[in-house]
Ligand binder design. Structure first.
Ligand code: ZN
Length: 506
């Protein structure tokens, strides 16, 4: 007997037949890339991105979505991927990625997808493409292998409004003009505002200027991502400024590559955590990201906060802050190609000059990109163990730092498997649902039915980074397959050639 309210049987059969038909068409159909329109990944341990325990399940992808997660049996003709012994995770979301130029030359982004990255956020550190609308239009016309979102850069706007006269506080009318540009960027698809307050153009701005611009971004649902004003002895002051901007502009704040970068603040991570947690308790929505390296990559002038680059006392202090000239390696120097991949100490010795003299000469000759010892391991571990700290690379296509190709596998291989700093599900959460929440991506960052099929299949017993300072592009190992919007982009150590990436805006 039918229960009350249940439709008679013939009425159930029709929708069921229709569903079957749709499924059959989908299973036979192909994507433009020639890949099947549906897959079932069978037998993987699923890390769903929420931080919960791994669970063995099958996952069906139809078109660009996950349609089924559970212990169902694949249909007879369904393409199956056997994934026993592997972990299936949501695609990794890199909230701080410098691939804006690299993607133009290398849209397959092998160094990125080979890490399991399926979404990159561009426009960090205050520098972004402009206009945002035009940039995103170009990407839609010629997509990359992975998804792209973009922030509008504060320094980019500052230069547009102030030209070369940026070495001062902006006037009220200039701030008003910048506010208009933030509004334009947000309307055109930016997901927030970024700043780089340790860098030349951004460093002259006042907190008030930043609050005014952040307010506009907040009005459009954006967040504020900041390379704070100081990552050295004045780190705490700089953190307080970022918190104040969040509080006064009522905007969510993302601290980029959280760091205690000089001898004077090494070991103070618990204090930094306390400061941020106090703000969180007051209701400031503040999170951070951290890269798994104890060395930074930037311009040589970043070492000198007072900007008196040619003053010997300042240069000496700069070298002492990183623990000496042996802790600075040149990666790029247009005027002295022979300096590249050597430390300041080595070069100074070979030339018979002091490291301070050498430093000043390099600055005079046009500067250099350098890698500097920045953090101690125990501070990195303390940061990673906070539930509001996510993994991000600060790398990108073509970047001369091992984090360019190794960040995510390094966390999975070294910090999870070898060091046990984090559990695997928690590390995955920091790469997926946590950044997705910050970006307000409702349909990415976890594995469940209805979500976009950005997925990573990896071997938890072998996954590891292989990139080094002298070979920064060397691909990682153990990432077996990567799907972006349901299409395979990385398989068996090679890029497939597909470019299914989307533009993600609010
Ligand atoms: Zn930065």
């Amino acid at each position: 007997m039918d229960r009350p309210g249940r439709p008679p049987k013939p009425l159930l059969i029709l929708p069921a037949l229709f569903l079957l038909l749709v499924c059959c068409v989908a299973l036979r159909a192909q994507k433009p890339s020639g890949q099947p329109a549906a897959w079932v990944i069978v037998g993987a341990q699923v890390a769903d991105g929420t931080g919960g325990p791994l669970q063995r399940a099958n996952v069906r992808i139809v078109s660009d979505r996950i349609t089924h997660v559970g212990n169902f049996r694949p249909g007879k003709k369904e393409p199956v991927i056997a994934a026993g012994g592997l972990v299936l995770a949501p695609g990794f979301i890199d909230i701080h990625n410098h691939s804006t130029n690299g993607l133009e030359k290398d849209p397959l982004a092998e160094t990125q997808v080979s890490q399991g990255i399926t979404t990159v956020v561009l426009g960090a550190d205050g520098e972004s493409p402009w206009p945002i609308g035009e940039f995103l239009h170009k990407i839609r016309q010629a997509p990359a292998a992975l998804n792209i979102a973009v922030l509008v850069g504060h320094a980019t706007l500052r230069r547009r409004v102030m030209g070369n006269d940026y070495r001062r506080a902006a006037r009220l009318e200039e701030i008003a003009q910048m506010e208009k540009l933030v509004e334009q960027a947000m309307r055109e698809g930016a997901i927030g505002l970024s700043s780089g307050l340790e860098y030349e153009v951004g460093s002259y701005s006042t907190t008030e200027e930043l609050i005014a611009l952040a307010r506009v971004a907040a009005r459009f649902g954006g967040f504020y991502m900041t390379h704070i004003r100081d990552e050295a002895d004045r780190s705490f002051e700089a953190l307080r400024e970022a918190i104040a901007i969040g509080e006064q502009a009522r905007i969510s704040v993302q601290i980029s590559h959280i760091k205690l970068g000089t001898v004077g603040v090494w070991g103070k991570s618990a204090e930094a955590v306390r400061l941020i947690e106090e703000a969180r308790r007051r209701g400031v929505d503040i999170t951070a990201d951290c890269y798994p390296y104890d060395a930074w990559h930037s311009t040589i002038t970043v070492l000198v906060p007072n900007k008196r680059y040619e003053d010997p006392a300042s240069a000496e202090r700069a070298l002492a802050d990183v623990g000496g000239a042996a802790n600075i390696t040149i990666t790029e120097c247009a005027a002295h190609k022979d300096y590249e991949f050597r430390t300041l100490e080595e070069i100074a010795k070979s030339k018979g000059v002091s490291p301070v003299e050498l430093f000043i000469q390099i600055v005079k000759d046009g500067g250099a990109s350098v890698i500097g010892k920045s953090m101690i391991d125990s501070d990195i571990r303390t940061f990673y163990r906070q539930q509001w700290v996510m993994v991000a690379s600060d790398g990108g296509v073509g970047m001369r730092h091992p984090r360019a190709a190794g960040t995510f596998p390094k966390v999975l291989g070294r910090y999870v498997r070898v060091e046990h700093w984090l559990s695997l599900p928690e590390a995955i959460r920091k790469m997926t649902s946590l950044p997705a929440a910050r970006l307000r991506l409702a349909d990415r960052g976890s594995i469940r039915s209805g979500m976009k099929a950005d997925l990573v299949l990896f071997n938890p017993t072998t996954v590891i980074d292989r990139s080094t300072f002298s070979d920064p592009q060397k691909p990682s190992e153990g990432i077996e397959k990567v799907f972006v919007n349901g299409e395979l982009v990385w398989d068996a150590g090679k890029a497939i050639g597909a470019r299914p990436g989307s533009v993600l805006s609010r």
